[in-house]
Write a protein that binds this ligand. Sequence first.
Ligand code: RB5
Length: 145
Amino acid sequence: MIALGCDHGGYELMQEVKDFLEHEGLEYQDFGCYSMESVDYPVYARKVTDAITQGVCEKGILICGSGIGISITANKVPGIRAALCTDCFCAEVTRLHNDANILALGGRVVGVGLALKIVDTFLNTPFSGEERHARRIRLIEQEED
Ligand code: RB5
């Protein structure tokens, strides 16, 4: 199950992402927002991070205008690794190396065609499982003394 969240800046692109997921037969849960009316992106970032940390969803896609605010918010949550991607290379590498569990996109940054390729790459690339990458992920989660 994929958790989806956006603000008004990401709303239009999210409709395209939902169409794509449906076409691919992938299940999602849409946590809003549900219109172009101005809203606060941290609210929707937290709905998606909650769904992941509570085990309701395995991965998430977050979209705001730039992708920045919504990914900054998501990355404050322990266990969340949100990757803001503007190309397929980053989408592939963040799954292989970082085991990213959220893809962040900028609805005002990438066009629909590229965005959907990024989504496809992110969802279909597994974590490499290599020890050096697993070690680095553990270090990300390590609490400061
Ligand atoms: C909303 O205008 C915009 O600030 C938001 O979508 C996002 O780009 C913030 O990082």
